[in-house]
Design a protein around this ligand. Structure first.
Ligand code: ATP
Length: 348
């Protein structure tokens, strides 16, 4: 029987609640048809772990995570728990960098017309994939500014040829498996680094003559996401633009509780909801587990369990067809665990 190892990193805030529901769904999906084995091991990292042991992610924990076939993460960090430098604990960002997870895949799909603030959008009419560069771009200055003195700070935006080529190839490959269109989002009219980014995009595009391309500036992307979201298939962009546009895109389909993600490298991958630890609702049992369950579906797809991945997505769609299963953020009263159970029931 096929077997895969998965690290579970529930983390902080709503992380443990939503991961518990995704685990129920993964176990049920593994039993479908011929079935496969999932050896899941829970590993503690995050703000809670920092409070317990003084280390948000120990070297030993990192090595255990790295040895797994894939990783499912809940949410990390709490506003009240800070490093001595004043920044929040974010081992999920360290994982992205240390495992070289350069492509952040963020699928955005509307599951029910009532979840969108936009009028008259059918289920499935918004269906796009945002590919966010994860290892450089404007986040490159995370570890330190180019200039930092008493009078000013200058942060840098790093674009490398190698980093951009691998990102664009990943985006074009994704488009081949979808509707065959890639939109580059940049600010090439203002920033030289992003003009360079666009030049590399054009070179990689020539390797994929079967894929339609479009190039737009980030300000226009914000407008078009609201005005004509159905025109997008794959959108690819640098780190900070991707960070911002993915929250805007999540807003079009019901909010952060609906937005899954996969951070993918050549050898490793970490799957997690796009939202944070949501301390305002943690522990109340009202978090929406959909983003985490859909992240688990992306994990199954990445492991090569395509049928199980498709079955989970369809089960989510069927469960959310019933307003009785909607959590508070979707305008309903269902609990986090109730929605998880409803998805399992739909898996049959
Ligand atoms: P981070 O900086 O860690 O990404 P954040 O400060 O942007 O986090 P989130 O933790 O993502 O914020 O929460 C933003 C808002 O979305 C909060 O009001 C939170 O309650 C809500 N939210 C986040 N996740 C969920 C969820 N799974 N279900 C329902 N509401 C959620």
């Amino acid at each position: 029987m096929r077997s895969h190892s998965v690290a579970l990193l529930p983390g902080d805030g709503v992380g443990p609640e939503v991961v518990a529901e995704a685990v129920k769904v993964l176990r049920a999906a593994a039993r479908l048809d011929g079935g496969f084995e999932l050896a899941m091991e829970e590993i503690s990292i995050g703000a809670g772990e920092y409070l317990r042991s003084g280390e948000a992610m120990s070297e030993q924990a990192f090595q255990r995570i790295r040895a797994k076939d894939a990783v499912l993460l809940g949410a990390m960090g709490l506003p009240s728990v800070r490093l001595p430098s004043g920044v929040e604990i974010a081992p999920q960002l360290d994982l992205r960098e240390r495992l070289d997870l350069y492509a952040g895949l963020r699928p955005i799909r509307l599951y029910h017309p009532r979840f969108s603030p936009l009028a008259s959008k059918r289920a499935g009419s918004i269906d796009l994939l945002l590919v966010r560069e994860n290892t450089e771009g404007m986040f490159w200055s995370r570890k330190g500014s180019l200039v930092a003195n008493d009078d000013e700070r200058i942060d840098g935006l790093r674009i490398s040829r190698a980093g951009s080529e691998r990102l664009f190839r990943a985006a074009f490959e994704q488009a081949r498996a979808r509707r065959g269109k890639v939109t580059l989002v940049d600010k090439a009219n203002v920033l030289p680094s992003l003009a360079f980014f666009r030049g590399i995009f054009d070179e990689v595009a020539a390797e994929f003559p079967d894929i339609e391309t479009e190039r737009i500036y980030v300000d226009a992307a914000a407008l078009y996401l609201v005005r004509r979201p159905e025109s997008f298939d794959v959108m690819v962009t640098e780190n900070m633009f991707g960070d911002i546009l993915s929250d805007l895109a999540a807003g079009l389909i019901g909010g952060m509780g609906m937005a899954p993600s996969g951070d993918i490298g050549d050898r490793h991958a970490v799957f997690q909801p796009s939202h944070g630890s949501a301390p305002d609702i943690a522990g109340q049992g009202v978090a929406n587990p959909t983003a985490t369950i859909l992240s688990a579906a992306l994990l199954l797809d990445w492991l090569g369990e395509k049928e199980a991945a498709g079955a989970v997505s369809r089960a989510v769609e069927r469960a959310l067809n019933d307003p009785a299963q909607w959590t508070r953020d979707l305008g309903g009263e269902q609990s986090c665990a109730g929605l998880g159970d409803a998805v399992v029931a739909q898996l049959g």
